[in-house]
Structure formats: structure tokens, C-alpha cells
Design a protein around this ligand. Structure first.
Ligand SMILES: Nc1ncnc2c1ncn2[C@@H]1O[C@H](COP(=O)(O)OP(=O)(O)OP(=O)(O)O)[C@@H](O)[C@H]1O
Length: 341
């Protein structure tokens, strides 16, 4: 007998991979022996209603919390962690004002998770309100927005096809690279609505996580920073990129203590280790230049190998040092959970 627990978190996980409130309810009703109690239906509605109302966006190397609903931003700013993470607005309108842009009524498109009136208002106005947050605080702000706290889970989707700011990378999957059905399935969850969703893909050892990572990078076609746990893994990843994709040699580089390669061109793939990025001590002149380049660039994809073995403090550090539109973690099944992560 299998027992499943319906929690705000499990429902958030479901909507974040594209399942809609109505689908969740109708499938549960179909599978249920008895009529679905009202409390359960209300619980599902309540747990999924806020998804999509708040978005985390990277623009010109700065992170913004965006929403078509200024009152939602005000609610978030009532929270201590978030209000401290907010960067002081540059205008003189004070802390209660938000930057308003006219471009992003699209926040609600593809989701039937906002109710009709809200949705109409959001798309009609095409007005988005936002405030900037400190990049070092991004992970803390995200945590505060989760269902067990303020319950406005932040949507992190990268509309890479419409990103005209960051240069494209000429990189395709080679014809002989044919992702297996389970690899394709994990990619389709990531790219479900034509955008790249951040998240973690869990596959068993030897199932071919590298091809999944390389395929994701080939779909996004923007600069990609790939983080591995050690120098041997860095070499393997660089090899896998060349094996499966058409990336040109000059567009891929390794950054380890032994190999400090630079890529030429506007966009490229850099493969390095968590340690190289997070290292806080004195660096050689060469390393300093490369790390500056890593810090200053807006990465389309941050590909993180073996995320389950990376300690939380290091994970936070690399996330705050590097600015990326989409973050993809790859890992094996969590057989022994690392309590630090
Ligand atoms: N779709 C595919 N078609 C052909 N070969 C594949 C495919 N996917 C993976 N492979 C091969 O399977 C092997 C294992 O792949 P990979 O090293 O990426 O696995 P992994 O999940 O990273 O394993 P580990 O957990 O040990 O790191 C490699 O030799 C790879 O070339």
C-alpha cells in the first residue's frame, strides 16, 4: 500500500512543472473512490493560487522581484528578511514605491492559476512592479517566499528566445546525440512552456546526466557556466560538451588550477569547479581575470553537477557570485540526504 501526503510543497512542486490546478483536481477526482471532499479542493486551490504572482528576474546583472500586483510586493516587504534584502530605490519616492515597467503583463500567460479578474487586470495593464534585491540575498528571499513561509513561491523562468541582450551561442546537439525517452522527459519538464525553468533533475547513476545537461545548454544557446565537484569532472564535462554538441573549441574553456583557458567570442561555455568559484583567498593574476569575467557575465544557464554533495554555504556563495537566468541542478537519487544542502 502506498501513502501519499498532499502538502503545500508537493502541490507547489506539481504546479512548478506545469500541472494546473484544474488538472490536479480532476485527476484526483477521477482516481478517488469517493467524492473529493470540499476541504481538499479548497486546500489545492489555496496552495496553488499564489504561484506565478511573483517572479525573480535578472536584468543587467541585477536581481528584481517582479509582480503585476503591487499589493503582493508590499506583503513581501512586510517580511524582515525581504525588506532587508531590498536595495534602496534610486528615486526619491521612498521605500513604498516600486519601479513600474510596461512590458511584462505576460507573467500570467500559460497559467490558469490566477483567477479571471486578476488575470485580466494583469494582462490588460501590462504593468509590472518591481524592486531590486541584493544578489547575496537571492536564496534567502526565495526561501521566504516558499509555501511554508509567505507562500508566494517565486517563478524563475527564462524566456531565452526573446533575450536580445545576451549574445547567442552557436551550439547544436549533434545528430548522433539522441536523448533517451527518460532524458527527453526530464528536458520536457524543464522546457515545458517554451521557457527554461530552473530546477533539479534527478536521474540514477550512469543514466546520462551529462547528455541532459548538454541538451539543455544547446536549447538555451546562451553562455553556460558548468560547475563540477573536481578537476577530473571538469575534464569529463568539457569532453561531453564536445562529444554531444557542435560547440567550437574556442567557445569552450576549462577553469581549474591547472587549466586556465579563456574562451574567445561573445558567448561560450566555461567548465569549472564549485571551489574555484567560491574560493575566497588570494588568486593569481590569471585566475583573477577569469573570475572577474565569470562574475560580470550574465549566464543563460548555470549547470550544477552533483548538487546533492555541495554544502549549503558553498551553494549560496556560487549562486550569489554568478548571475544566471536559469539554474539547472543535476543529481543522483538522494539515497543519503546531505543535511547541509
Ligand atoms: N542517449 C544516449 N545515447 C547514447 N549513450 C548515452 C546516452 N545517454 C548517456 N549515454 C552514455 O552513458 C554513459 C553514462 O553517461 P553519464 O556519464 O552522463 O552518466 P551520469 O548520469 O552522469 O553518471 P554518474 O552518475 O556516474 O556521473 C556515458 O558513456 C554516455 O555517453
Amino acid at each position: 500500500m502506498h501513502e501519499y501526503n498532499l502538502t503545500p510543497h508537493s502541490l507547489y512542486a506539481a504546479v512548478s512543472v506545469g500541472l494546473e490546478t484544474t488538472t490536479i483536481i480532476s485527476v484526483l477526482s477521477k482516481l478517488s473512490k469517493t467524492k473529493l471532499p470540499h476541504e481538499i479542493i479548497d486546500f489545492i486551490h489555496g496552495s496553488t493560487a499564489n504561484y506565478g504572482k511573483v517572479k525573480l528576474v535578472l536584468k543587467k546583472n541585477q536581481y528584481f522581484v517582479e509582480s503585476p500586483f503591487p499589493e503582493v510586493l508590499k506583503t513581501l516587504l512586510n517580511d524582515d528578511v525581504i525588506s532587508k534584502a531590498r536595495k534602496a530605490p534610486e528615486d526619491c519616492l521612498g521605500a513604498s514605491s516600486f519601479a513600474v515597467s510596461k512590458t511584462a503583463g505576460e507573467i500570467a500567460s500559460g497559467h490558469d492559476l490566477l483567477d479571471g479578474i486578476e488575470l485580466a487586470a494583469a494582462t490588460e495593464d501590462k504593468e509590472t512592479h518591481s524592486f531590486e534585491i541584493d544578489s547575496n540575498q537571492v536564496e534567502n528571499v526565495k526561501q521566504r517566499c516558499l509555501p511554508n513561509a509567505l507562500n508566494f513561491p517565486m517563478l524563475e523562468e527564462y524566456d531565452f528566445r526573446n533575450d536580445t541582450v545576451n549574445p547567442d551561442l552557436d551550439m547544436e546537439l549533434k545528430p548522433q546525440a539522441r536523448p533517451r525517452p527518460y532524458q527527453e522527459k526530464s528536458l520536457s519538464k524543464m522546457f515545458g512552456n517554451g521557457r527554461a525553468r530552473s530546477g533539479i533533475i534527478v536521474l540514477p547513476c550512469g543514466a546520462g546526466k551529462s547528455l541532459v545537461g548538454v541538451s539543455a545548454a544547446c536549447r538555451i544557446k546562451k553562455s553556460c557556466l558548468c560547475l563540477a565537484t573536481n578537476a577530473v569532472s571538469v575534464d569529463q564535462w568539457a569532453f561531453q560538451f564536445k562529444l554531444w554538441s557542435t560547440i567550437r573549441d574556442e567557445h569552450i574553456s576549462r577553469f581549474t588550477s591547472d587549466n586556465k583557458e579563456k574562451f574567445r567570442g561573445m558567448a561560450g561555455v566555461v567548465v569549472t569547479t564549485y571551489n574555484m568559484v567560491a574560493f575566497g583567498g588570494k588568486r593569481s593574476e590569471d585566475s583573477e581575470k577569469i573570475i572577474e569575467e565569470i562574475r560580470n557575465r550574465e549566464w543563460g544557464l548555470l549547470l550544477m553537477d552533483e548538487v546533492h554533495v555541495v554544502p549549503a554555504h558553498m551553494f549560496r556563495k556560487v549562486i550569489s557570485i554568478t548571475k544566471s537566468h536559469c539554474k539547472l541542478g543535476l543529481t543522483g537519487p538522494f539515497s543519503s540526504y546531505n543535511s547541509l544542502v
